[in-house]
Write a protein that binds this ligand. Structure first.
Ligand code: F6R
Length: 625
């Protein structure tokens, strides 16, 4: 999408961890603590902060949440205007106070916060131990801190010490270094773990995610792999870790503060579900040419010929993004008659996939940082495929690695369970299907019909949201179920998968999604009077077959919750509960039928007292294998 050259070595990182660094004219502590709170959604298990107070490094860190860290610091005593803070998601060493960041060198005068994994840390540690150093924690990050300290001892130059250390290590880093030796300098560097550098008025803020920056400035530089920024109170320099100056292109953040706050909703997830009429609109804005029955996707112009001549499309993604890929497969095959394969990125990257030069690979990712998707993309690129992206986070690693692509423009998604990002991905996929269809056989009349239907989706989503009261009651009735089954066919089969994933993620109820016709090949054995079965039973050419499935469940006393088309008078006779959605073209129905399922899982999780926005064991972007 954004074309940058990358010298990429390894994509394993752990950007669920959060980084915030500040240098400016205000007390750093407050800004850093607020920044860490903005990053909480990413998932973490300990937090820490360091500032330089009267020439001394003051470090506080603690297992648990940012709120626990707050209890052990006294902001009135921390008046420094330079500092760094971190939220850690444990990889090397359990989540405890000692393993939390910041980590310091042997002298206690240099401190770092680090996202990523140092793969050769054992070899470096061994050498440092032989040289007489010792270590407090079990982390690879402390090894890096001590290594930088050792190099500083030899060079007496912080920047040089950091550069030398980074050229020696294998692995990934998003890193910020601070030292009492140079108390007006912060050094940040990146390889494989995002670093965004915000340029404010008389202040600079560094973070792993723009949400911690937006409150202070919109002007940012996204560091490239193997790039660093050296910041002091007079200005900053961007360069490679080999000391070559870079041009540090400044970008403008497009989202606003409102979009990362709850805005009166009880949870981010609910807010994001309710944002879908507008996020869908944002995804199609300026892209639909209704009169021509066509689509304008500026980001794909450079690959238009490749797309026209593509013999096959391969869509890769994980989780919810993989589900949207499945819907995309149905849409594109139907309209453009191009064979589409959808693969889990994690499988694709390891099974030596056969890729032909006229294949086009499309990576779908909300965060743009998912390790498996990134690696699969690299694999496809290596094998000569044209690689495209459907990505939400602007400037993210996947967006930058693709040849071209389309941003999904859902805005920041904070709730760990993906909702609005899914429908925005479907918006883009429907546009892509129409675009490809028009390059092939779709007539302008058919194109116009589809374009009109796409443009009518936001008000239909709104209608569902405005009539969603019954969903709360259904959630209450089944909140104590142990299992759920979700069944759908055709375009709605991926919706069944998505509905089941949503429920299990946030309510911890075991749920499975199946193509409805598969039920009789096994899952039917599960059905008894304790089993709620959600059928996506909207009116399309497989509707009658879905009705037979419902009868089979009823015959075994299963409880049927049906998502049905408005005006369907038959369904209420066979289902225990019906949630109606407005009519649209079958290929667009997943965008509507998924909304009640998002709400069903949300209300079920609330009813069960679960932490909806930060479900256990999950992180927002999965940047480890
Ligand atoms: C589910 C969910 C995950 C993600 C998956 C891929 O609610 O959020 O399944 O969809 O981890 O993430 P992205 O889209 O960021 O690559």
């Amino acid at each position: 999408m954004l074309r940058h050259s990358h010298n990429f070595q390894n994509i394993l990182g752990k950007t669920m961890c959060g980084i915030v660094g500040y240098i400016g004219s205000k007390p750093a502590c407050t800004i850093i603590m607020n920044g860490l709170k903005r990053l909480e959604y990413r998932g973490y298990d300990s937090a820490g902060i360091a500032t330089i107070e009267n020439g001394i490094l003051v470090i506080s860190k603690r297992a648990g949440k940012v709120a626990d860290l707050e209890k052990i610091i006294n902001p009135t005593e921390l008046t420094s205007t330079i500092g760094i803070g971190h939220t850690r998601w444990a990889t090397h060493g359990e989540p405890n106070d000692i393993n939390a960041h910041p980590h310091s060198d042997f002298s206690g005068n240099i401190t770092i916060i680090h996202n990523g994994i140092i793969e050769n840390y054992l070899a470096i540690k061994k050498k440092l131990l032989l040289d007489g150093y010792s270590f407090k924690s079990e982390t690879d990050s402390e090894v890096l801190a001590v290594f930088i300290g050792d190099l500083y001892k030899r060079t007496k130059d912080l920047e040089k010490a950091v550069r030398l250390a980074l050229t020696e290590i294998d692995g990934t880093f998003g890193l910020v270094v601070m030292s009492v030796y140079e108390p007006n300098t912060l050094i940040a560097a990146r390889r494989g773990s995002p670093i965004v550098f915000g340029i404010g008025e008389d202040e600079y803020i560094i973070a792993s995610d723009a949400s911690a920056i937006i409150q202070h400035t919109r002007q940012v530089i996204y560091l490239e792999d193997n790039e660093m920024v050296v910041i002091n109170r007079e200005g900053y320099t961007t360069k490679t870790i080999d000391n070559q100056t870079t041009n540090g292109e400044i970008h403008e953040l497009e989202f606003d503060l409102k979009s990362i706050e709850k805005g009166g909703f009880e949870h981010f997830m609910l807010k994001e579900i309710y944002e879908q009429p507008s996020t869908f609109r944002d995804a199609i804005r300026g892209r639909l040419l209704i009169e021509e029955g066509n689509v304008k996707l500026g980001g794909l112009r450079v690959v238009a010929d490749k797309l026209r001549n593509a013999k096959r499309l391969i869509i890769i993604g994980c989780g919810t993004s993989w589900h949207s890929g499945l819907v995309g497969e149905y849409m594109i095959e139907r309209l453009a008659q191009i064979p589409v394969e959808v693969e889990y990125a994690s499988e694709f990257r390891y099974r030596s996939p056969i890729i032909y030069p006229d294949d086009v690979v499309i990576a779908i990712s909300q965060s743009g940082e998912t390790a498996d998707t990134y690696a699969a993309l690299r694999e496809a690129k290596l094998k000569g495929a044209t690689v495209l992206g459907i990505v939400n986070v602007v400037g993210s690693s996947i967006a930058r690695e693709t040849d071209a692509g389309v941003y999904s423009h859902a805005g920041p998604e904070i709730g760990v369970a993906s909702t609005k990002a899914f429908t925005s991905q479907l918006a883009v996929l429907s546009l892509l299907a129409l675009y490809l269809g028009r390059l092939k056989n779709v007539s302008s009349i058919e194109g116009k019909r589809l374009a009109e239907a796409i443009s009518a989706i936001p008000e239909k989503i709104q209608y569902i949201l405005d009539h969603s009261d019954s969903i709360k009651a259904i959630a209450k009735e089944y909140a104590h179920a142990q299992n759920f089954l979700y069944l759908g066919r055709g375009y709605n089969f991926p919706v069944a998968l998505e509905g089941a994933l949503k429920l299990k993620e946030i309510s911890y109820i075991h749920a499975e999604g199946y193509p409805a016709a598969e039920m009789k090949h096994g899952p039917i054995a599960l059905i008894d009077d304790n089993m709620p079965v959600v059928f996506i039973a909207t009116k399309d050419d497989v509707y009658d077959k879905i009705l037979s499935g419902i009868e089979e469940v009823r015959a075994r006393k299963g409880k049927v919750i049906a998502i049905a088309s408005e005006g369907d008078t038959q369904i209420s006779k066979v289902a225990s509960h019906v949630i109606y959605v407005p009519n649209t073209l079958p290929m667009l129905m997943p965008i509507l039928s998924v909304i009640p399922l998002q709400l069903l899982s949300y209300y079920t999780a609330v009813e069960r007292g679960c932490n909806v926005d930060m479900p256990r064991n999950l992180a927002k972007s999965v940047t480890v294998e």
